[in-house]
Design a protein around this ligand. Structure first.
Ligand code: C5P
Length: 237
């Protein structure tokens, strides 16, 4: 059993492996804060697209990541629209904009830039250590991303690497979009996922991989409830 007060649970894995769904449910069950670090990379990407910054201009993207004020908060009373958290960039609510296909297609370019990673990892580490210190209002944090267990918080008490076949991950994303009433093309989603996997795992800085001491959970044929049960078993083992 891991120490639960305070606790840091790190969940990494490829696109659409279920990290957010599972991490959110796990955090709710344990009474921890849920922090999806991907939203920070998505937020910088959205603002860069909005300001027509060239995706090949690493310096400009790095400057943007340092200058922009990102706030991630639990959803308020007035925004109960299925969101897990509210994302503000310089005060503007961009919670749903960061889920657009255009952001999906460009986020791996932005997250491969050293200055962007440095700026965002620093903020993520600070938040993680605050909740993992026992001094925050909640006793722990579940952080999900690509490099939490390897780079951002290698001292996390529990490290999980969630995986699933690309076909299954594309199906999940497709269903999710359909449920939100969005147009979705399964083939296109599959191709985007394969491309993002490649970009995230082949980049030089903090590439996507399981930490040596992470527990790998293949969720391809598991329901979300079964995955949460598996993780709770690891927490209380
Ligand atoms: O998890 P999600 O799909 O929202 O993440 C969006 C992108 O942000 C990933 O494809 C990856 O390029 C980047 N990311 C990252 N490191 C993290 C979290 C996300 O590089 N810790």
């Amino acid at each position: 059993m891991i120490s639960l007060n305070p606790a840091i649970v790190a969940i990494d894995g490829p696109a659409a492996s279920g990290k957010s769904t599972i991490g959110y449910q796990l955090a709710q069950t344990l009474g921890f804060l849920f922090f999806d670090t991907g939203v920070m990379y998505r937020a910088v990407t959205w603002v860069a697209l909005d300001r027509r910054i060239d995706m090949a201009d690493g310096d400009a993207l790095g400057r943007l990541a340092q200058a922009i004020r990102l706030d991630i908060r639990p959803p308020g009373q007035t925004d109960q629209d299925g969101r897990q958290c509210t994302v503000l960039a310089d005060g503007e609510d961009i919670t749903w904009k960061i889920r657009l296909g255009e952001v999906d297609r460009n986020v791996s370019l932005v997250s491969a830039v050293g200055e962007v990673r440095r700026a965002l990892s620093l903020q993520q580490r600070r938040i993680g250590l605050h909740y993992g210190s026992g001094e925050a209002e909640l006793t722990g944090i579940v952080m999900v991303g690509r490099d939490i267990g390897t780079v951002v918080l290698p001292a996390a008490g529990l490290k999980i690497y969630l995986d699933a076949s690309p076909e299954e991950r594309a199906r999940r994303r497709f269903t999710e979009l359909q449920q939100r009433g969005k147009d979705a093309d399964l083939e296109q989603i599959y191709r985007d996922i394969i491309r993002r996997d490649r970009q995230d795992s082949e980049r030089a800085l903090s590439p996507l991989r399981a930490a040596a001491d992470a527990t790998v959970v293949d969720t391809t044929s598991l329901t979300p409830e079964q995955v949460v049960e598996t993780l709770l078993d690891l927490v209380y083992d």
